[in-house]
Design a protein around this ligand. Structure first.
Ligand code: C2E
Ligand code: CA
Ligand code: CA
Length: 578
């Protein structure tokens, strides 16, 4: 806004060489004006006079007589508030802000572009104009702030969102967990960790992995759209659910979620699937603080993971298990280096002849300083994680081969090998060298592998197995039925034996589906022309059923428990032979 646009009082200026009377007459005649300019001969402001200065002195009855004839120049102030008509009002704002507003100027003397007097602008109208300008400025500022706020909010939302799945990120998840704890809410914190995700990624490429993550995100959302769902990292998801909204019980609901996550979905290579390990902890039941809560849910999830997937709710015994775990981790390295881990031998028999067919070597820990002796299921995974499994293997393999070196040639010694060990390309050669040094034929060696071995690096694993097989060793696929193996997988591997997992053998009696799996596995081994071994045979009825199904080999407590020595009289067939 320019001064020229304001309400200009187009009053004539006084002449600077005039008399005081002119000023007095002016203010009397223009009661609203509080400032008058005096100009020189060229019409340029030479001085200014305010009403307050002259009227108080001269307006009274006697004042006029005293002052009227005095030269005006005696009363003039220098012309301070001179502004051009094309000057911006806003430009004097700073000047004004520096002065005390109670002494706001009585007015402004306007000059044209040549510096000649052009009128008076009332000080208040200038203030009013400034105020209006300020309001506009404030409004502009406000809307600018609003726009920026919205942009910041959007930026924050984007930063808090996982670009691939559109879910929240870890930061927001933690913030929400904090909020629930602070409010003393009753809620569940759930961790979902995918199984076989890495395999999917490695085998089919990242696009398929991305598909899996998106499908999982969608399915979690479908499961409970009232939950806060976050992707916490790679293949790990977090869910926060209000516990009061869960009617049936969380475990059941999570089983439903688990089933939906494991269902196959369509991607580029066709139908693919992932597994999931789900752990959950309740606030305030399982934890008092947010870190404790996260920790509890994580422990539950880890437990589900070590149970090969599924659902696990936190319970305090997991804590005890963890303490034990920590103790084991400490004593294991010494246990391995001091050969505290020894082989036990469990015999397996031919069903048809009742003859001893060989032994499976099972690791046992005989530690002097471990208060309890954990089973291999507890220490083998730990050894794998500690990178000690290979060292342990060579320790018990040597002891086992020494014990078996006088075995008749048709009997076998079966060694469990962890898939990690296949990373070493020299594994077959080293095993052959050990056998030859001790005097055991390669043809007497059997290697037991689980299907998890295949998920690491299929081509590599197959080539290591081929080497073992070429050296004359047998290869058994262990725990058959519990993994994910496809028929093609079984066909491609140089297998000589399928070992049906004991869970099927033991439940076959009561479960028709287990019975079918057992008979299908036996059928499969016959079709592939390899042997079939049933493990976990604990009673005669089971043995007889297996015999009826033409199972080749049996192993189990009924026939012999794992023992530190070989069977005393191997010539004797087991007494139940038909
Ligand atoms: P696995 O290879 O499936 O071994 C068979 C397990 O079933 C052994 O448990 C054995 O004691 C048990 N078992 C045998 N017959 C029966 C029966 O009739 N009823 C029941 N209920 N169980 C029976 P163990 O010795 O506790 O070994 C557990 C697992 O630990 C093994 O399962 C194997 O996966 C692993 N493992 C054991 N030794 C070694 C080893 O030297 N190296 C590696 N990598 N893993 C090993
Ligand atoms: Ca085994
Ligand atoms: Ca097994």
């Amino acid at each position: 806004m320019h001064f020229g646009e304001l309400d200009i009082q187009d009053v004539p200026a006084l002449r600077a060489d005039g008399l005081c009377r002119d000023a007095i007459d002016f203010f009397v005649g223009n009661p609203k004006l509080r400032l008058i300019a005096a100009v020189d001969a060229a019409g340029r402001p030479a001085g200014a006079l305010t009403r307050s200065k002259i009227i108080s002195k001269a307006a009274g009855q006697f004042g006029r007589a005293l002052y009227d004839a005095r030269p005006l120049a005696e009363f003039l102030d220098p012309p301070r508030f001179v502004v051009g008509t094309d000057q911006k009002v806003a430009d004097i704002a700073n000047e004004l802000a520096a002065t005390d507003l109670t002494n706001a100027p009585d007015g402004y003397i306007l000059v044209d572009h040549l510096g000649r007097y052009a009128g008076i602008v009332d000080g208040l109208s200038v203030l009013r104009a400034l105020l209006k300008l300020n309001m506009a400025l404030v409004n502009e500022l406000n809307s600018e702030v609003a726009v920026r706020g919205a942009a910041e909010k959007e930026a924050r939302r984007l930063a808090d969102t996982d670009a691939l799945t559109g879910l929240n990120n870890r930061r927001l998840f933690i913030e929400e967990a904090d909020r629930l704890v602070q409010h003393g809410s009753h809620a569940w914190l759930i961790y979902v960790d995918l199984d076989r995700f890495k395999y999917l990624n490695d085998r089919y490429g990242h696009a398929v992995g991305d598909d899996a993550l998106k499908v999982v995100a969608g399915r979690i959302h479908e499961w409970r759209n009232d939950a806060l769902i976050a992707r916490l990292g790679g293949d790990e998801f977090g869910i926060l659910v209000d516990a009061t909204g869960i009617a049936v019980g969380l475990e059941e609901e999570l089983l439903r979620l688990h089933a939906s996550l494991c269902a196959p979905f369509l991607s580029k290579p066709g139908a693919v699937s992932v597994g999931a390990s789900i752990g959950a902890a309740e606030f305030p039941g399982d934890a008092a603080t947010r870190p404790e809560w996260l920790h509890a849910a994580d422990k539950a999830m880890q437990r589900a993971k070590s149970d090969h997937g599924g659902v696990r709710l936190f319970d305090p015994t997991l804590d005890i298990a963890q303490a034990r775990h920590a103790r084991l981790k400490e004593s294991l390295p010494a246990a391995v280096s001091q050969n505290q881990i020894r082989p036990m031998f469990q015999p397996f028999y031919s069903v048809a002849s009742g003859q001893l067919a060989g032994y499976e070597v099972l690791a046992r820990w005989n530690g002097p300083d471990v208060g309890f002796i954990p089973g291999p299921d507890e220490f083998i995974p730990l050894l794998e994680r500690l990178g000690l499994i290979d060292e342990m293997f060579w320790g018990i393999a040597e002891q086992a081969l020494l014990a078996c070196r006088h075995m008749p040639p048709h009997q076998k010694v079966a060694l469990n090998v962890s898939p990690i060990q296949f990373a070493n390309r020299l594994f077959p050669a080293r095993l052959a060298a050990l056998a030859s040094r001790i005097g055991v034929q390669c043809s007497q060696l059997e290697i037991e592998i689980t299907e998890t071995a295949m998920f690491r690096d299929m081509t590599h694993t197959v080539s290591v197995l081929r080497d073992l097989s070429d050296m004359g060793m047998s290869i058994a696929l262990d725990d058959f039925g519990t993994g994910y193996s496809s028929l093609t997988l079984v066909k491609e591997l140089p297998l000589t034996k399928l070992k049906i997992d004991k869970s099927f053998i033991q439940s076959a009696q009561h479960s028709p589906s287990s019975e079918k799996i057992v008979s299908a596995a036996i059928g499969l081994s016959q079709a592939l022309n390899i042997l079939c071994c049933a493990e976990g045979v604990e009673d005669v009825a089971t043995l007889e059923r297996l015999r009826g199904m033409n199972c080749d080999l049996v192993q189990g407590f009924l026939l012999g428990r794992p023992a530190p020595n070989l069977v005393e009289n191997p010539g004797e067939a087991f007494s139940l032979a038909g």
